[in-house]
Design a protein around this ligand. Structure first.
Ligand code: NOJ
Length: 739
């Protein structure tokens, strides 16, 4: 018996060595290694690779499983999220690679949405920079920091288009436009994944939430999504596609249904569009317990059936729901799920683990020294300050009250003026409020002699007892700077608002300050477009600063005092009132377009049609003038490129940057078309008085759309090409595409 045991032991050792020899041989092709490993796995081990659990460090929903360490040891859990920092990750990875039979390393995921330790502006804010290089750099820094803290996978970028500022998650995306959203999605994927998957300073990206999560009915998070496929493809799908084509390694499903089918069980989305149309090769993970939630959606009776629906639709990995772990084996045994489909899902996960290089060095993201030197480095803070000031949008500047003069007497007022914790925003990674520069500190860093401060009121509540002190310091000042907005938790997941005005008594505070007679400069700090018509009318100047992150105070001070000339443009329309929502610039032509002189046209009887601030809008401390756009040919053939040139002049007295925007309108088509659609943009820096010819090239793709029969392509006919500095003030030229 003893001899037999011995023999068994030796055989086992030999077997494991052979496994290792094959699997751990880095020279073999990834596919070969993944297949070798797959062939040695039990069904339980395979299901473990399709399972992702949160640790108890933080979660965004119910924590279903406890004892994740035992799950790792038994091979039941092959991936973790919400566990970071080198020491913690190293210990968990050690359990996986030393205490499990096959020694398969874990993936470590985390929501690194706008920075890990150095916090950058919220994504919506960064989108306002229209600066793809700066956005890519921000994602690069976030990825370098997070990967230095043990992580190898982030649940970003979030690329959901949204036209509804009630929806709290607009703060995580790039706004309302598919063209801007697509370019930003690509930049973020490039930044997160770095030069190539496997680089030690980069992570896997996860495009989310596929698909249509940004269009819940009434802006209420997790609500139903229903729209025509034409709309869906034209306005909502492009950024996901762009991110996938840019090489995003993974995709997350969304909580919502689309056209009656929950995204997590939606074969059309996950297989037909994502894999067959777009050629996606990575793996698909659920959003949290979205498999289980299909029972609530009422499309399956129980979790087991939900798991079958998900896997058969194309979901590879179950985040937190424990459905695959509890039921998938049985589903395979009953023939409800094919073994080959489970194998394919596992192969997708293993491929990426091999590509990351985790089999060669499971601790490659666990270097203490790198963690210490990388996080919050001066270079990272400088990058944050750079993109933060680029993200600020100057909405109003009456009589050029801005920039301020450093010798002016300033009254700094408002509940957010000395705040740090709200300024790092929602989804702030491992960010620490203490590392954030408040606005008060940012201004104080300039060593102004005349700065007084009073909070005035809180963000929420009805207490006006601080108004008197605020008014007192305002009266003694030359100018009032008032920082108002939202708390970080008022935006983001599960934070939809039915009322998108300034919360509490903040608006009243601002209006009282205006009455005091000194010019009032409003600094908005918020996670969504707000309806602020009274402030828009009465304040002398308004700076939309979103939540800018660690360097917020310095960046705002740079703009306030003219050390940086603001160049941001709104990535999302600001409504006058919530009743206008959803509101967006690229609306379709209607049969009764708005005519102020006719009752029977598309309009409200109690509100204007136009927004408070349109998409693409933002002022500068200088002015820009546009020439008439010129085309290289007024008539062009289908398939031919069209060149558009416009002259741009900095007609003011300071250097500044302008985002030149190009829009197209298809005048007659087989299906209704938007009144304008962004097709290109360029950010141009000009010295005072300098002029430049700005050139755009439009291809057939830019004139294409989903035609009446749902094929994608261009239809000959007339088009208006419009160029300008926002989506309203545009100069146009008409062209014709010949048959
Ligand atoms: C739910 C959120 O919708 C998703 O964006 C996030 O990545 C996961 N929770 C994990 O935290």
């Amino acid at each position: 018996m003893k001899k037999l045991n011995c023999l068994f032991f030796l055989l086992n050792l030999l077997y494991l060595n052979t496994i290792q020899a094959q699997i751990y041989r880095p020279s073999a092709a990834t596919e070969r290694r993944a297949n070798d490993l797959l062939a040695k796995m039990t069904l339980d081990e395979k299901i473990g690779q399709l399972t992702l659990y949160t640790t108890d460090w933080g979660s965004t929903g119910p924590t279903i499983r406890e004892g994740y360490k035992n799950d790792i040891r038994s091979g039941a859990c092959g991936n973790l999220f919400n566990s970071h920092t080198v020491g913690f990750v190293r210990e968990l990875q050690r359990v996986a690679v030393e205490e499990t039979r096959l020694k398969i390393p874990l993936l470590f995921g985390f929501d690194v949405i706008h920075g890990y330790k150095t916090i950058f502006p919220i994504p919506l804010g960064e989108a306002a920079s229209w600066d793809l290089e700066a956005i890519e750099k921000s994602a690069r820094v976030a990825s370098a920091e997070a990967s230095a803290a043990g992580l190898n996978w982030t649940f970003a970028p979030m690329v959901d288009i949204s036209r509804d500022p009630r929806w709290g998650r607009v703060m995580e995306g790039a706004g309302e436009d598919p063209c801007l959203g697509s370019r930003i999605a690509e930049a973020r994927v490039r930044g997160i994944q770095g030069k190539k998957i496997g680089d030690t300073d980069a992570m896997l990206a996860c495009v989310k939430h596929f698909a249509g999560y940004g269009a819940p009915i009434a802006g209420r998070d997790y609500n139903t999504v229903d729209m025509s496929e034409r709309y869906f493809r034209e306005f909502y799908l492009p950024p996901y596609e762009a991110a996938v084509r840019a090489g995003a390694a993974t995709v997350m499903t969304s909580f919502n249904d689309y056209d009656g089918v929950p995204a997590t069980g939606n074969n059309y989305l996950l297989t037909d569009i994502l894999r067959k149309e777009w050629g996606f090769r990575g793996f698909v993970v659920t959003d949290y317990t979205s498999i289980n939630e299909m029972v609530n959606h009422g499309v399956t009776a129980d979790d087991k059936a939900a798991g079958e629906l998900a896997l058969n639709a194309g979901v590879d990995m179950d985040m937190q729901g424990a459905v695959y772990q509890r039921f998938l084996k049985k589903s395979v045994q009953e023939g409800k799920v094919k073994m080959a489909d489970v194998d394919e899902a596992v192969r997708r996960v293993l491929r990426l683990k091999f590509e990351l290089g985790l089999f060669e060095d499971p601790y490659k993201f666990c270097d203490e020294t790198r963690q210490t030197t990388t996080l919050l480095s001066p270079e990272h803070r400088a990058a944050a300050r750079d993109v933060s000031r680029k993200s600020i949008v100057l909405l109003k500047n009456e009589n050029n009250v801005l920039p301020l003069n450093k010798s002016q007497k300033i009254a700094l007022i408002g509940p957010l003026a000395d705040n740090k914790s709200e300024l790092i925003g929602n989804w702030n990674g491992a960010g620490n409020a203490n590392d954030c520069v408040s606005l008060q500190e940012g201004i104080a860093n300039l060593r102004l002699a005349n700065l007084a401060f009073a909070r005035g009121c809180e963000v929420e509540g009805t207490d006006k007892s601080g108004f008197a002190e605020a008014l007192r310091i305002a009266q003694n000042a030359d100018v009032v700077v008032v920082a108002v907005g939202e708390k970080a938790m008022m935006s983001g997941e599960a934070a939809s608002r039915a009322d998108i005005t300034l919360p509490g008594v903040q608006e009243e505070l601002v209006l009282e300050l205006v009455k005091a007679g000194k010019p009032v400069i409003v600094i908005l700090m918020n996670g969504r477009p707000l309806a602020i018509p009274k402030i828009a009318e009465s304040a002398a100047a308004i700076l939309e600063t979103w939540w800018l992150g660690t360097e917020a105070g310095n960046a705002i001070a740079d703009v306030l005092f003219g050390d940086y000339n603001p160049s941001g443009k709104l990535p999302m329309t600001f409504p006058r009132s919530v009743g206008q929502v959803p509101i967006f610039y690229n609306e379709k032509s209607t049969g009764r377009p708005f005519d102020p002189n006719s009752k029977w046209t598309s309009k409200y009887i109690d509100e204007e049609n136009s927004p408070l601030y349109p998409f693409g809008f933002g002022l500068s401390y200088t002015t820009f003038s546009y020439g008439e756009p010129k085309v290289d040919k007024a008539v062009f053939k289908k398939g031919e490129n069209l060149q558009i040139t416009v002259s741009l002049k900095n007609s003011g007295s300071r250097a500044g940057e302008e985002v030149v925007q190009l829009y197209v309108r298809d005048l007659v088509a087989s299906a209704t078309r938007p009144v304008k659609e962004l097709k290109g943009f360029q950010k141009i820096m000009l010295k005072a008085g300098e002029s430049r010819e700005v050139k755009f090239t439009l291809t057939e793709q830019d004139f294409s759309f989903y035609r009446r029969d749902m094929t994608f392509g261009a239809e000959p006919g007339e088009f208006d090409i419009m160029v300008g500095g926002n989506s309203v003030d545009l100069k146009k030229v008409r062209v014709r595409m010949a048959d």
